[in-house]
Design a protein around this ligand. Structure first.
Ligand code: R5P
Length: 292
């Protein structure tokens, strides 16, 4: 049975259709003091239940709803409760960068476990200092990737010619590689080189991109700054058309406009976060993970 939290209701319905399994509605109310109330009005004793809830804006609210739903599912006697968190907030603080900080990623991981999750699924988790998702949790955890689906969508929809899939920085290498391989295209990532105290050069690492279509792919577009910088540099290398793709379209104020102004023909994202550019659904990836 699929339970859809309010941040991922449509995605949850898509997953239940993919899996041809029941979709449980959720009752959700708010108390006068701002507290959240949730109820799963279903009999799920002995069933396997997946709670789908992205922790996009507002993350604290969405996490609280997730915790309550996990506890509710467990309390109803579900045999196994899976937490599917397509956009996983607090992942960036995956270390103590300064003394006195929390490792927020681990803090929320503990809360997810104690709320009742038996296993966890994430998608393109932004935790660059963590080797693998299972290192974060004490329960089984799997990090799925949407990069191949994004590349397939872009390749077909935009009829990419002699494409190069490009990560806008070294951290995006994994997504560029997965996406490039999925469509049989060359892939690369951009590197920053400090040439002097005030001079930084960013270039594609080794590929010749002149005259080619480029798909720039990242996990998150937030302010759009990373994409804009990458696009500006690619234009200096006389590329043909530039397209931007990301798994999680956080899309802060004017991010889309800035990227289009910089020269991207189109911007595409997935439904881990519902947005104007969420044209690729991650439902098939999640459904596949459940059936493997
Ligand atoms: C950074 O490590 C991430 O992978 C993204 O590149 C970053 O979050 C994008 O943020 P922005 O759109 O604000 O540049």
């Amino acid at each position: 049975m699929i339970v859809g939290g309010s941040a991922s209701r449509d995605l949850a319905e898509r997953i239940s259709k993919e899996l041809d399994c029941e979709f449980a509605p959720v009752e959700r109310e708010r108390f006068p003091d701002g507290e959240l109330y949730v109820r799963i009005p279903e009999e799920i004793e002995g069933e396997e239940v997946a709670v789908i809830q992205s922790t996009c804006y507002p993350p604290n609210e969405n996490y609280m709803e997730l915790f309550l739903l996990l506890d509710a599912a467990k309390g109803l006697g579900a045999e196994k409760v899976s937490a599917v968190i397509p956009y996983f907030a607090y992942a960036r603080q995956d270390a103590r960068f300064k003394p006195g900080e929390a490792i927020s990623l681990k803090t929320v991981a503990k809360l997810i476990e104690s709320a009742g999750a038996d296993e966890v699924y994430t998608i393109d988790l932004h935790a660059h200092r963590i080797e693998s998702t299972p290192d974060v949790f004490n329960i089984p955890a799997q990090n799925l990737t949407a990069a191949p689906l994004l590349a397939q969508y872009a390749s077909e929809e935009f009829q990419l010619e002699d494409p190069v899939v490009m990560g806008p920085d070294g951290e995006a290498k994994q997504w560029a590689e997965n996406a490039g391989k999925a469509i049989g295209a060359d892939w690369d990532f951009m590197v920053k080189e400090r040439l002097g105290p005030e001079k930084v050069e960013i270039t594609p690492r080794e590929l010749d991109v002149e005259g080619r279509d480029v798909l720039v792919i990242d996990d998150i577009i937030s302010t759009g700054g990373t994409m804009v910088e990458a696009i500006q540099i690619l234009k200096e290398h006389a590329v043909k058309n530039i397209y931007a793709a990301c798994t999680h379209p956080v899309l802060g104020t004017n991010a889309l406009e800035k990227i289009k102004m910089a020269g991207a023909e189109e911007v595409v994202g997935t439904d881990t976060i519902p947005s104007k550019v969420s044209v690729v659904s991650v439902a098939p990836i999640i459904a596949k993970a459940f059936t493997q």
